[in-house]
Design a binder for this molecule. Structure first.
Ligand code: ATP
Length: 367
């Protein structure tokens, strides 16, 4: 079993770059935790500190409840996989996978048995005699995985392991990797800047920006209830609509949300009212995902916003409508459009956030 805890971990490089800024993060035993964020936000530095390849400037890296800052990488029972695979070119696939066992002094017979087991679990049993140069990118990545898991590490660290592969193969391998690590029950920390990868593979996602941890939660939590405006804007494709609105709570118990020259009247018992009521008298940012908005005919009663369609974008399985509502532009997923959605562009109404007050409400101007 392996747990990881980062306590107030900061890394400042010699040139003064603050790569990681007071991060607190727990990774549970057997959990698949993805570190997600744009290039340069400090994800790899976090991973390298857990691996012992980089020393924290301050704070503690804890493994299984014990401070590990002074443990050498070799003593951490960790396996690491990088994006460049780093296989030994002069060795066969079998020898590459067997290498960590050889270093550990495992006898040839049990060594070969372990290599055969791991290779067949990864679907590369038939290429063991080949050299890495004779493999496809996907096969090379499987060999790198095989070499990492062959010693049954307690903790798996992966840094963008799929980024050099084409998109079809990436999708295939991400299912394989998350399946395999779960089967083995190995605690895994996985770095990526690809949100699709993060949301599909993770038990929990930790989102970083400029060295600071922004949010940690299950994929559904961070997608539906982002902790900060940054996360709200960063996650999801298309991006979440973010609109400034003013909130008024009326004594006869309903809430008005003013968006430019339009207003929505929300009954008191509506979950959306409760989400915003404590911002009475303030300007806030309201988040609405395109897929939570339903296009309706302009004269539909209820909480409807009027918008003028600027253009439609067809993506095969869905269409996106880009609308101006007053001075603001928003996007609507047209997948659930009613039959009258074939009305001419520019004439459709828009029912506001169909169920829940989606999903982010924070003070305007906050970050
Ligand atoms: P990417 O996705 O591009 O790999 P990342 O989120 O993993 O990025 P890091 O590699 O952790 O980011 O880098 C975080 C910051 O620290 C960046 O600004 C980077 O330039 C800087 N940095 C990384 N290594 C060093 C170093 N050895 N010396 C100085 N600055 C460094």
């Amino acid at each position: 079993m392996t747990t990881v805890a980062l306590k107030d971990v900061t890394k400042v490089f010699r040139d003064g770059t603050v790569a990681v800024d007071s991060i607190n993060l727990d990774v549970n035993d057997g959990e698949f935790l993805v570190l997600l964020g744009p290039s340069g936000c400090g994800k790899s530095t976090v991973l390298r500190m857990v691996a012992g390849l980089e020393d924290p400037t301050s704070g503690a890296v804890m493994l299984n409840g014990e401070i590990a800052n002074d443990l050498s990488p070799r003593d951490r029972k960790i396996a690491m996989v990088f994006q460049d695979f780093a296989l030994y070119p002069h060795m066969s696939v079998g020898d590459n996978i067997a290498f960590p066992l050889k270093l550990a002094g495992i006898e040839p017979t049990p060594r070969e048995e372990r290599v055969t087991d791991v290779a067949s679990a990864l679907g590369i049993g038939d290429v063991l005699p080949r050299r890495p140069a004779q493999l496809s990118g996907g096969q090379r990545q499987r060999v790198a995985m095989g070499r990492a898991i062959v010693r049954r590490p307690g903790l798996f660290l992966m840094d963008e392991p799929l980024s050099n592969l084409d998109s079809g193969l990436r999708a295939e391998l991400r299912a394989e990797i998350s399946g395999l690590t779960r089967e083995l029950g190995v605690t895994t920390m996985y770095v990526t800047h690809d949100q699709a990868e993060a949301l599909t593979m993770a038990d929990r996602v930790a989102i970083m920006r400029k060295g600071v941890l922004q949010d940690v939660g299950t994929p559904t939590q961070v997608y539906n209830r982002p902790a900060t405006l940054y996360v709200a804007a960063f996650l999801g494709s298309p991006r979440m609509n973010l609109l400034e609105a003013s909130v008024y709570v009326h004594l006869d118990r309903y809430v008005t949300l003013s968006l430019g020259d339009q207003a929505l009247y929300l009954p008191w018992d509506d979950i959306r009212s409760r989400a915003v009521a404590h911002y009475h008298g303030e300007r806030i940012v309201v988040g609405m995902r395109a897929e939570a908005l339903t296009p309706v005919a302009p004269d539909t009663p209820g909480d409807v916003l009027q918008g003028r369609i600027r253009y439609l974008e067809h993506h095969g399985h869905e269409s996106l409508a880009f609308l101006d509502i007053g001075a603001t532009a928003i996007m609507v997923d047209e997948a659930g459009a009613p039959p009258d959605a074939d009305a001419p562009l520019g004439q459709r109404g828009l029912r506001r956030f169909s169920q829940v007050m989606q999903r982010f409400a924070g003070r305007a101007g906050s970050d």
